[in-house]
Each structure stands twice: as C-alpha cells, then as structure tokens.
Design a protein around this ligand. Structure first.
Ligand code: ADP
Ligand code: MG
Length: 293
C-alpha cells in the first residue's frame, strides 16, 4: 500500500480524537501530521492556492482530516476549502461543514429528504411567543440555541409560562433559537451513530444522568454499545448522505413514531464511541482515505 502524508486539522494534538487518528494512521504506515488550522495563513492568487503553516509553505499533503471546533467554524471552513482548492482530499467537505453547523439549515434539508424529526419552529424573534410554542404542541417543549454544542443552550421548558419566559429572554438577547416538540418517550437517552463513507461503523446509546433530559457525555451522560434496528441504520445513513457528510455522528431520539434525527455532527469525537463500542473507529477513517487517494 502507498504511504500517504495525512494531516489531522486540530487545534490540540493532545485531544483523544487527534491522538487516535495519528496512531491509527501510523499503524497503517502513513506519515501523520497535526496541523492547527488556527495557525494557517491562506494565500489566494491565480491558479496557485497555497497554505502557510507557522510561516512555512505546506506541501505534499495527500489528505486532511478536519476536526473543526464550533468556535472556529468560519476560519476552519476557509482552511478546509483552501485544501480542497489545492486538490487535497478531505474527509469533510467544506460546504457540508458549514451546513452541519447550522441546526436549522440541516433540519430543513433533512425534512425535505423525508427524514423524521421532532416538530420544530423558527421565527424572526416573533413577539407572539405563545403562538410559536403552540405550533409544536405547547409545553413541555425544548428551546435550543441554533449554534449551541455539548448540551449548553438546550432548555426543557416544562410549562407554557416557563417556555414563554425563556423564549422572551432569548428574543430579548436577539439569540437565534428553535422551539421543538419534546420527545418525552426517549427518556433522556439518544443514539449516536458513527458513519464513515456510507457505512455505520459504530453505534452507542447515551443516557443522561439521573434527572437530566440531555444525554450529552459532557453533561455527565453514560454510553453503551447499541445494536441498531434496520430503520435506525437507514435513517442515519440517509441523513449523512443528504448532508453530504462522509464522516459524521448522527444523533437520534427513539420516539413512538420511529427514529427522529436531532442533529448531525461533522467533527464527532472518537473517545465516547470507541470506549463504548471497543471498536477502532479511527482506523475506519484512515481506510476511507486510502480508498480515495
Ligand atoms: P447539542 O448540540 O448541544 O448537543 P442537541 O440538540 O443534541 O444539542 O441536544 C442535547 C440533548 O438534549 C440531546 O442529546 C438529547 O438528549 C436532548 N434533546 C434535544 N432535543 C430534544 C427533544 N426535542 N426531545 C427530547 N430530548 C431532546
Ligand atoms: Mg447533541
């Protein structure tokens, strides 16, 4: 097999996911680099897109694995796009990255594709908060900041008056939020399905800690290996495909009407899923690169 030069775009070489990708690439005989996209300068001129890293020209990179944090989406996307312009293979398409960071846009795409999801409304800071809440069936309901991550910015409003005051508060701050039907039967749990190149390579069920409706591991949730039904697997694969993501984590709720897609993560962490499933997910990502470069 050909030896490749693969760069993990990551702001921190010590992160679990970064270290695992480097180890998996080296185990398959590749040269692995960690490049901090925050320290890349882009040079744009006729027919010669270039990237300088810490002042030096970056050359001969065969592929990149972007791990772009939410706080640096704009710059990270520009760097990924520049690699694309240089004909470097990327495991994450820059356009798909932008779309995936906008929960509303993602849901619009997925709803058009016929995927099931919690009923959701979005308004331009409508003064009539009561009507907005009624559209998703009233309280209890979920109110979510459009660009939140790790469960921060997701509120469960148990009563109509609580929902109204939360919505008014967010509106007052001109924060962009969606109001969503609360899927109570999910019981504080969700499924994280890890997709690589059109295949499910691992799945886990995450359970929020006692009394917590959010299953995020960052909020103290726990995870275990999960065997998906065919319906769940198909929903995850379709969501990944429609959003143009070849490596992603699809999150869904188990509802009375089948799996409901909640969000699709374009830089999904490896720690939780590898620990819960005992699978080598990083290797799957490296092998995906090998098939395409
Ligand atoms: P984040 O991007 O911050 O992780 P999510 O939309 O994934 O935001 O929501 C965080 C968690 O809250 C989910 O993992 C899930 O457990 C719970 N949750 C979110 N939306 C709903 C909903 N509509 N019904 C029930 N639980 C929900
Ligand atoms: Mg989430």
């Amino acid at each position: 097999m050909q030896k490749l030069r693969i760069a993990v775009l990551s702001r921190n070489p010590e992160l679990y996911s970064t270290k695992r990708l480097v180890a998996a690439g080296e185990a398959r005989g590749h040269e692995m680099l960690v490049i901090d996209h925050g320290k890349c300068d882009l040079l744009i001129e006729k027919k010669k897109p270039q990237i300088y890293y810490k002042g030096k020209l970056l050359e001969n990179i065969d592929a990149v694995i972007p791990r772009i944090g939410a706080s640096i989406t704009f710059y990270g996307t520009a760097v990924v796009r520049q690699f694309e312009m240089m004909n470097v293979f990327s495991t994450l398409n820059s356009q798909a990255l932008v779309c995936s960071r906008d929960k509303l846009q993602s849901m619009q795409v997925l709803s058009k594709a016929g995927l099931n999801m919690p009923k959701t409304t979005f308004t331009n800071n409508s003064k009539n908060v009561s009507a907005v809440i009624n559209k998703v069936g009233g309280a209890p309901c979920i109110i979510k900041l459009l660009e939140g991550t790790q469960g921060v910015g997701v509120v469960l409003a148990e009563t109509k008056s609580a929902a109204e005051s939360v919505l008014e508060a967010f509106n007052g701050l001109q924060a962009r939020v969606i109001v969503q039907e609360f899927i109570a039967e999910a019981k504080g749990a969700d499924l994280r399905v890890f997709v690589v190149d059109g295949n499910v390579v691992g799945a886990m069920k995450r359970q929020g800690k006692e009394g917590e409706f959010r299953s995020n591991l960052h909020r103290g949730g726990t995870a275990e290996l999960f065997e998906l039904t065919e319906e769940e697997e198909n929903a995850a694969l379709k969501a990944a495909k429609k959003l143009g993501l070849s490596v992603c984590g699809v999150d869904m709720l188990q509802s009375n009407s089948g799996p409901m897609i909640m969000e699709v993560n374009s830089s999904p962490g490896l720690e939780g899923i590898e620990q819960a499933t005992k699978l080598d997910i990083a290797k799957n990502i490296i092998r995906y690169i090998e098939r395409n470069v």
